[in-house]
Design a protein around this ligand. Structure first.
Ligand SMILES: *[C@@H]1O[C@H](CO)[C@@H](O)[C@H](O)[C@H]1NC(C)=O
Ligand SMILES: *[C@@H]1O[C@H](CO)[C@@H](O)[C@H](O)[C@H]1NC(C)=O
Ligand SMILES: *[C@@H]1O[C@H](CO)[C@@H](O)[C@H](O)[C@H]1NC(C)=O
Ligand SMILES: *[C@@H]1O[C@H](CO)[C@@H](O)[C@H](O)[C@H]1NC(C)=O
Length: 455
């Protein structure tokens, strides 16, 4: 169903024409090091790039003309003294990159082309050449931990093709297990209007889920399934990098106290108390994921799973920053999507990224099952896709109360509120610049790992 082979995504990537990297095995490296070390003081076993250059041009002087980028590549996790071979990305919409750089076509998993796994993949292609590594993009919007697990109907782990060599995995998971959508719905948007449940009960439900041992238990199973699939005992360098979530709001400003993101007239206000509680919820989810990972690592001699907290990077880039009246659709410095908001990747970036988010402008036909109030709810809840759930709840709310008015008059007035799910589903997810910041934090972790491990 949702499996993406690396080739279509590869063809999207930047068209760097870098010579195909060739692989050197450890014995070659040793042999070479023994005989050439004197003349080649730049030889550095943990930077095989230097060796390619030397191998292709053995008689020349040690190169001083190599660019720093050649000598100091991104430390993608890899087998010692080998080129990186490939990776997988798993998890939810935060790793699918929903809404980022969409170009008019979109799959059911809402893969965006600037989600941090794609940005990392682009860098890997730039460094290794287009066919030198593999990438399996298994992340899927709406995914919970149970959805990932082997045997589930939409299992990402079952889709993992282990024929490819895999050096590392990227994972973002937990938000859907810990009630993000319920909180968004009942505290912020109220898609389902009066039927949305109270904000307080959604927050309490989430707090209970965070306190229960169930989350850690299931995360442990998911991580063990990934490790078993790659035969971790034979690939001791294999690591899983897990990202968390960022706090959504500046919780100190007065400007937002009277603003609302509600989709219907008289939606909830973004009061400081609410902003603070939602931020606290994000922090406790991050903390829960981190503690679960620590406990999983305790079962191994060396840690295999690493948590990347990029929350601080979002400082100044949240909703309700000083002087901002929300919803502010013009502010590119906000790194989360608004309902139907544009992405914020700089226009000067490569061609593929400058397409506008036209896909989420398309209207759904009124007969679409996604917006049929009588049948949409069960499949929507099952998909876990925020956008699909939002659309269905809005359809049901409008049916139950025909006098309901949308806050933005244009939306419902002409019965034309039925945008494709991404229009709603991407809200409160990072825009492209947010993913770029997450990528930066991932690289910082990998640098630290390389320094500790020496490759
Ligand atoms: C849009 O992206 C998809 C992959 O996500 C790709 O297959 C397609 O060719 C792209 N279309 C355009 C018009 O760039
Ligand atoms: C797995 O990947 C290999 C090589 O990349 C390919 O030949 C094979 O068809 C794939 N298997 C499945 C089930 O997709
Ligand atoms: C925000 O970024 C988009 C995408 O690069 C660009 O088209 C737009 O002009 C920017 N808006 C502002 C106000 O700078
Ligand atoms: C961008 O598109 C133009 C034509 O539309 C093409 O000539 C150019 O090579 C493209 N640039 C990149 C970086 O792909």
């Amino acid at each position: 169903m949702k499996l993406h082979s690396s080739t279509t995504l590869l063809s999207l990537a930047w068209q760097y024409s870098i010579a195909t990297a060739f692989r050197i095995d450890l014995s070659d490296l040793r042999r070479y090091g023994d005989s050439q070390q004197q003349q080649q003081p730049i030889l550095r076993p943990h930077r095989p790039d230097a060796i390619d250059a030397v191998n292709t041009d053995v008689d020349s002087e040690p190169s001083s003309s190599q660019t720093p980028s050649t000598l100091d590549p991104i430390p993608f996790p890899r087998q010692p003294f080998q080129r990186p071979a490939g990776f997988i990305a798993l998890g939810d919409s935060y790793s699918a990159g929903i809404g980022t750089g969409v170009n008019g076509t979109e799959d059911d998993c809402r893969h965006g082309i600037h989600g941090y796994p794609m940005l990392i993949h682009n860098d890997l292609v730039a460094s290794e050449g287009p066919d030198a590594t593999t990438f399996q993009f298994l992340s899927c919007t709406g995914s919970t931990i149970n959805d990932m697990l082997a045997g589930s109907e939409v299992s990402q782990i079952d889709q993992f093709n282990t024929t490819d060599t895999t050096d590392f995995a990227l994972l973002s998971i937990g938000g859907n297990d810990l009630g993000f959508f319920e909180i968004m719905n009942s505290c912020i948007f109220r898609f389902y209007s009066f039927y949305s449940g109270t904000c307080e009960s959604a927050l309490q439900k989430s707090e209970a889920a965070i306190a229960s041992p169930e989350f850690e238990h299931r995360l442990r199973i998911a991580i063990m399934e990934i490790l078993d699939m790659v035969h971790w005992e034979k690939r001791p360098w294999f690591t899983i990098t897990v990202t968390g979530y960022a706090r959504f709001f500046n919780e100190h400003t007065d400007e937002c106290d009277d603003c609302s993101f509600g989709v219907w007239w008289r939606g909830p206000k973004l009061k400081k108390d609410l902003r603070k509680r939602m931020n606290e919820m994000v922090l406790s989810v991050n903390d829960k994921i981190k503690r679960s990972i620590d406990s999983i690592n305790n079962d191994f001699l060396e840690p295999k799973v690493f948590f990347v907290d990029y929350d601080e990077e979002f400082e100044g880039h949240r909703f309700c920053e000083p002087g901002v009246i929300e919803p502010d659709y013009a502010r590119n410095d906000t790194w989360f999507f608004l309902v139907g908001g544009e992405d914020n990747w700089p226009a000067a970036a490569p061609n593929i990224s400058t397409r506008t988010a036209s896909s989420d402008r398309n209207l759904l036909g009124p007969s679409s099952p996604l917006v049929d109030p009588d049948i949409c709810l069960e499949p929507a809840l099952q998909s876990g896709d925020w956008g699909v759930m939002a659309l269905c709840m809005m359809a049901r709310a409008a049916k139950n109360d025909p006098t309901l008015r949308a806050r933005h008059g244009e939306v419902v007035a002409e019965n034309s509120m039925w945008y494709v799910p991404t229009y709603y589903g991407k809200t409160f997810h990072p825009r492209s610049l947010g993913h770029k910041a997450a990528k930066k934090k991932v690289y910082e972790l990998w640098e630290q790992l390389r320094d500790e491990r020496g490759f």
